[in-house]
Design a protein around this ligand. Structure first.
Ligand SMILES: [Zn+2]
Length: 297
């Protein structure tokens, strides 16, 4: 199964960046490479895990509508909009989560009314999807918003998701690394930002995925990131499998760390090799400001 990692700064879209996006040339090249590879794979389903969907305290949010739309209106570009066919596997995913004791909100129009939220696809998913749509559109979208679950439950949800998908489907984890790499980044400079980014990039580069689960709350707090939860779900999807991995790009041109990467999940796990998960359970602290507010960068 092909698994991709992508960031989601709206500024890298030429319609929004209007030239500024050129500072993130390596990221854009990585995004285009991912899009080209997905087009060659022709997956029926692309599952996108995003940190900027509707985040519930104790549940994942899974879009079960078949007609999905999203736009960049919150960034001042309402005419930059996209539509997708929702995946028929979305309901099965909710059922499988429930069976495993993990709560999920099956987001359709009725649920959206009940919670007074929208069914729109968020920018965490839209930015990578907009690159993919340039090359390939014949897929169904399984749109998954992170919830504030324990690490253990988050990893388990990743494993369940990967088991539900076909080998020919694609899984994409969306996340930006530290927002505090430079004083001008808007979130304030913190020297721990670069430490976090190096840890995550090396974990993917060296196939030490379990390191992602070991990041301390203190480092998460200092780094100011939105990738941690989606990437923890990715660890669950990879746990115990042989993999091939390549980091396509890493840079922080606006003071925010962006990584693009491709991981191929190969041989199925031996039960004895599944040891990395289950040791780091615990509740997360409250949602942080950088996880709430829309960010151009
Ligand atoms: Zn983000």
């Amino acid at each position: 199964m092909h698994i991709f990692v992508a960031p989601h700064p709206p500024i890298i879209l030429p319609e929004i960046g209007r030239g500024e996006e050129q500072k993130a040339a390596a990221t854009i090249a990585g995004m285009k490479r991912i899009a080209g590879e997905i087009a060659a794979l022709k997956p029926k389903t692309i599952a996108v895990v995003t940190p900027h969907g509707h985040a519930f305290r104790d549940a994942l949010c899974v879009s079960v509508e078949r007609d999905l739309t999203g736009d960049f209106g919150q960034f001042g570009f309402p005419r930059l909009k996209f539509s997708f066919t929702g995946s028929e596997k979305a309901v099965d995913f909710c059922d499988a989560l429930e069976e495993a004791g993990i709560q999920a909100v099956a987001l359709d129009r009725a649920a959206a009314r009940q919670y007074q939220i929208s069914t729109h696809v968020d920018h965490g998913a839209l930015v990578p999807l907009s690159f993919i749509l340039n090359d390939y559109s014949d897929f169904e979208l399984l749109h998954i918003g992170m919830g504030f679950l324990t690490k253990e439950a988050t990893c388990a949800a990743g494993r369940i998701l990967a088991e539900l998908l076909d080998e020919s489907d694609v899984l994409l984890f969306s996340g930006d690394l530290s927002h505090r790499l430079l004083p001008e980044s808007g979130s304030g400079y913190d020297k721990q930002g670069a430490v976090y980014d190096a840890l995550i990039v090396n974990a993917v580069k060296n196939k030490h995925y379990g390191d992602i689960l070991e990041v301390s709350e203190d480092l998460l707090e200092h780094a100011g990131q939105c990738a941690q939860r989606p990437f923890e779900m990715m660890v669950g999807a990879l746990d115990g499998y042989e993999t091939e991995t390549e980091v396509y790009s890493y840079e922080g041109p606006y003071g925010v760390g962006y990584m693009t990467a491709h991981i191929i999940r190969g041989v199925p796990p031996r039960l004895s090799s599944r040891t990395s998960i289950g040791t780091s359970a615990g509740k997360y602290p409250k949602r942080k400001a950088w996880e709430r507010s829309p960010a151009f960068l």
